[in-house]
Design a protein around this ligand. Structure first.
Ligand code: ADP
Length: 578
């Protein structure tokens, strides 16, 4: 807090009348203690203060934890930290790099580094990284980027989990020299250290390079030191999120212009700074190992996942929603299709069911023409037995035999049609044309019973779309019932009449009513009139009206019993007109 207050006072000073320059704070990672950090970087702070005259730059040495706290609370303007820590802070607090350090080591300059995995030269088993399984490995610490994590990534990639597949994994902290000595002395099978460490120790006479065998060695034209891992960019110089662009730009220019032999560079063990490198490979390493900013991958925290993958999650949700909508539409279409299919099947089943009724009815229907044929043919025989047969009478009887035989054939044909799904022989016909053939078939009974038939057509030419035979069949049934009723009512009655009336019903429909001047039906009969097998006649089958209703309904019409305006019993059906 005092630090921030100081910085704020200094800022106001810079903007105000005094000449006191504003202070800018550079947090540096002090991995070898505060003094070493101040020794290494204060010359850089001085260099920047000189180059950018209106600000005074100050070094604040920090531990890893201190660094996070200070960045989070916006107390630092600039950050100088190792590669791994930079990526963590970039991810968590949006710091961004301005330049990458050009390290000078053993007379060489480089902007990248890696790690080396090695064993002692005479080790009997180890010659490749793959051989490390079941051997012991020594490293700096689980969190050391160059001191362990780089090697961990390479081992993981070849299927070795250092935490479970080694005989032992030992972390001994800094300095890394102890790891090298432990390997050379045979206290551990293998070790991993930052690249350049082996060369420096050899240069200092602490080891001989011949005592060392590098495992999984890689080559690079631009990188001089032995290494077993990919290379990653060196330390970056970064700005905090709140630091103004304009100041950051001036700092970046000053760093890039730093001379390689300047005091600032040599105190930093560097040859100056270069443009900021790509830290993407570091992100990749953390992601693959599910550590650092990607630790949530191994123990998912919903809010972190949301922050990291918000775009993808929304995209996938949208996609899932779209798929669901699509699925819903497809399912609905399928359900509709099935429903329609079901309807067709139901209609078919209903037809087939009524075929049972039909079969029973067919006996009833056929009975009438067959009886007529029998009567006419025996009539013919009787005529022929006469001495002088009346050939005109004989001819008319034979014509009737033919008519009735045709009628019987039609009835059977119509049954076949009836059970054949969707193949009703429907045509546009005039309703009136069905009446004459029906009457013709019943002509002899009508004459016998001396029944007058009156046809009244109010519609004159109304057309329906129908199977002619079936409509005729309905009319025959209704007429037959009327004749039966009149006959039963009193064979001797003088004035027996049947009225057939065609008139308009509801708009778009034609009505056909068959009325007789017999007695009205009792309520008990009316209640069951259209039930199959309901009959009041000793010889009756009770199928005529039931079949008639099936036929009328299959043509989209209705049939009912009523009393006409003279209170006479009437069966009336209506059908749609075309
Ligand atoms: P069926 O003629 O074999 O009896 P229907 O189904 O054609 O079978 O008729 C059922 C019953 O309805 C008849 O038995 C009769 O009692 C009654 N019925 C039908 N039409 C008339 C009518 N015009 N007048 C009186 N009763 C009728």
């Amino acid at each position: 807090m005092p630090l921030l207050a100081l910085a704020m006072v200094a800022d106001i000073g810079a903007a105000g009348a005094t000449d006191e320059p504003a202070e800018k704070v550079i947090g540096v990672l002090a991995f070898r203690g505060d003094d070493a950090a101040i020794m290494r970087w204060s010359a850089t702070a001085r260099y920047l203060s000189e180059r950018i005259g209106d600000y005074r730059f100050r070094i604040v040495p920090l531990t890893l934890e201190g660094m996070s706290n200070q960045v989070e609370t916006d107390r630092l303007d600039f950050i100088l930290t190792n590669t791994g820590n930079y990526v963590m802070l970039e991810n968590a607090f949006g710091i961004s790099r301005l330049a990458t350090l050009k390290v000078r080591h053993l007379g060489e300059e480089f902007t990248q580094f890696g790690a080396v995995v090695f064993t002692r030269a005479g080790h009997p088993q180890l010659s490749r990284l793959e051989d490390l399984a079941d051997n012991s490995l020594m490293a700096v610490s689980e969190n050391a980027f160059g001191g362990f994590q780089m090697a961990w990534r390479e081992l993981k990639e070849i299927g070795i989990d250092p935490f479970s597949d080694l005989s032992q994994l030992r972390f001994i902290g800094f300095p890394q020299d102890d790891i090298v000595l432990s390997v050379v002395d045979g206290r551990v099978d293998a070790g991993t250290v930052r690249s350049g460490t082996l060369e420096r120790m050899a240069a200092d006479g602490l080891i001989s390079i011949d005592d060392i065998r590098v495992l999984g060695a890689r080559r690079s034209d631009t990188f001089p030191f032995m290494h077993s891992t990919r290379l990653y960019p060196e330390w970056p110089f970064a700005k905090a999120r709140h630091t103004p662009e304009e100041l950051a730009q001036r700092v970046a220019v000053a760093l890039l212009q730093m001379e390689s032999d300047s005091e600032a560079a040599s105190r930093a063990f560097a040859a100056g700074w270069t443009i900021p490198l790509d830290y993407g490979p570091v992100h990749e390493l953390f992601r693959e190992l599910e550590i650092g900013p990607y630790a949530y991958l191994s123990r998912p925290d919903p809010t972190l996942i949301w922050r990291e993958y918000r775009g993808w999650i929304l995209f996938i949700l949208l996609l899932v929603a779209l798929l669901l909508v699509l699925l819903y539409l497809i399912l609905r279409a399928e359900i509709n299709r099935r429903e329609q299919q079901h309807q067709v099947q139901l209609a078919h089943i209903a037809r087939v069911n009524s075929t049972g009724e039909m079969a029973a009815g067919i006996a009833h229907e056929l009975n009438q023409p067959l009886t007529a044929i029998l009567n006419y043919s025996s009539g013919c025989l009787r005529l022929l037995q006469k001495d002088r047969p009346d050939y005109r009478e004989l001819e008319s009887a034979i014509v009737q035999v033919g008519n009735n035989a045709r009628r019987a054939a039609d009835i059977i044909k119509s049954l076949r049609e009836f059970i054949k799904r969707d193949q009703l022989r429907q045509r546009d016909i005039e309703i009136r044309d069905c009446i004459e053939p029906a009457l013709e078939l019943l002509r002899s009974r009508l004459r016998q019973q001396q029944i007058q038939v009156e046809v009244c057509d109010e519609m004159d030419g109304a057309r329906i779309h129908a199977d002619r035979i079936q409509i005729e069949q309905v009319l025959v049934n209704l007429l037959q019932n009327a004749i039966d009723a009149l006959q039963a009512d009193g064979g001797n009655r003088a004035d027996k009449r049947i009225y057939i009336r065609i008139d308009d019903a509801d708009p778009g429909y034609v009505a056909v009513a068959v009325t007789d001047n017999g007695p009205a039906l009792s309520q008990q009969v009316v209640d069951h009139l259209f039930d199959p097998f309901f009959t009041t006649k000793p010889e009756g089958m009770g199928m005529g009206l039931s079949i008639s209703r099936s036929i009328i309904e299959s043509h989209g019409g209705t049939i009912e019993y009523l009393l006409d305006d003279r209170q006479l019993p009437t069966i009336r059906f209506i059908l749609p007109i075309v």
